[in-house]
Ligand binder design. Structure first.
Ligand code: ATP
Length: 371
């Protein structure tokens, strides 16, 4: 399933050169985006970057100042929200407090004039989907936060919209429930065969649920790619730093021969060989980004201590159960992070505070960033 790699595939949702201004303020600028049918797509970015505005333009609650949004090849300009085959589930999934779960779900269907037997069938179906059949007669205040969230979800898919828009849908749930519900969302999306568009500022959430992620900043999309590519091949320094932990070394490009890229870093003094070629020209400013879990930490020097290797002192160790996060301080005062999987018991930890250690990594462990 990778329709975005197939140029013959037509996008299901398309933002074409869309700009949205609120007065003088530009919330979204000249934005282009294609989303494919049955895709689970995430808009990810910090607060205020324009994610919700983008989603509201698709739902019809906002009009683009310039450009247009297309659904199934048709422009949405002038189509009112209730005529759009997109349903939005809001951050605060307000349920009607005086109605039972099944009445809450049936409400929208009744308003659409659906015959009663069909409504009953549809309500039963979606309750089964979200595993809430036994709670059908309860009112919202008799449910947990997670169950209320699932009622809201059932309500938004009951009309079988072509697109479900989820605006921070799991924001109110605690970490464990949130993680469980993320997998339920994936299952639900696959069972329904619908296109899901989720807005989140939580990178782990986006990585877990989405087929592809658009990383946004200040009204622009910086990179669109599947989660593993966003993490392993970030297009810019911003993306590398926004997603997960990363060590970044700024330096200048010494040489690039199509197979290897050599970078000289002056502070700390370090020579980096980064396998892949880059488009940057010799002498230009570049950065090298390497994730903490790709950095090895050892008491003995690596085979070639002149390349991709640094020395420092263990400054902090964060124990996370399954892994430990090491902060190693270099002679210039800077910290480099290395993560170790705790396959041994912590009491047997071979490397500890104040140890003088070597940090090293493989040639293909990181990426060269030119922006
Ligand atoms: P959050 O995660 O905090 O919801 P977001 O990325 O979804 O953030 P948007 O809600 O899309 O951000 O807002 C983008 C920018 O547009 C913000 O700076 C916001 O203040 C501004 N904005 C949004 N709606 C309006 C409006 N109706 N009038 C004026 N400015 C607005």
């Amino acid at each position: 399933f990778a329709p975005w790699d197939d140029p013959t595939q037509k996008p299901f949702i398309e933002f074409r050169n869309v700009t949205k201004r609120f007065g003088d303020f530009v919330a979204v600028e000249h934005l282009n985006l294609k989303i494919y049918e049955r895709e689970f797509f995430a808009l990810l970015g910090p607060s205020g970057c324009g994610k919700t505005t983008l989603m509201r333009m698709l739902a019809g609650f906002e009009d683009p100042t310039e450009g247009d949004v297309f659904l199934d090849g048709k422009p949405l300009k002038g189509v009112p929200p209730y005529r759009r085959p997109a349903n939005m589930m809001f951050q605060s999934y307000a349920l009607f407090p005086h109605m039972t779960v099944e009445q809450n779900i049936a409400f929208g269907l009744k308003q659409d004039g659906m015959p009663k037997p069909e409504i009953e069938k549809r309500v039963e179906e979606v309750l089964t989907l979200v595993k809430l059949t036994q709670f059908a007669k309860r009112k919202p205040h008799q449910l947990s936060g997670g169950q209320r969230q699932r009622v809201a979800l059932a309500r938004s898919v009951a009309k079988r919209p072509k697109v479900l828009l989820l605006d921070e849908p799991l924001g109110a749930l605690d970490k464990k429930l949130r993680e469980e519900t993320q997998f339920e969302l994936i299952d639900l999306q696959m069972e329904l065969g619908m296109t899901f568009l989720i807005v989140t500022h939580d990178q782990e959430e986006a990585m877990t649920v989405a087929d592809r992620i658009a990383v946004m900043n200040k009204g622009e999309i910086i990179q669109i790619a599947p989660p593993a590519l966003i993490y392993e091949q970030p297009a810019t320094r911003y993306v590398a730093e926004f997603i997960g932990d990363v060590n970044i070394f700024a330096g200048s490009l010494v040489s690039c021969d199509g197979q290897n890229t050599r970078i000289a870093v002056s502070d700390p003094e370090l020579t980096i060989d980064a396998g892949a070629p880059t488009e940057a020209v010799t002498g230009s400013e570049v950065a090298f980004a390497v994730r903490p879990e790709k950095v090895r930490i050892s008491l003995d020097p690596p085979a070639d201590p002149s390349i991709n290797a640094l020395q420092g002192e263990v400054w902090d160790i964060g124990y996370l159960g399954d892994q430990s996060s090491y902060h190693v301080r270099l002679s210039n005062g800077r910290n480099v992070r290395a993560t170790i999987v705790n396959s041994r018991r912590m009491v047997e930890r071979p490397i500890t505070w104040e140890d003088h250690v070597w940090l090293s990594w493989d040639h293909d462990a990181g990426v060269v960033l030119t922006r």
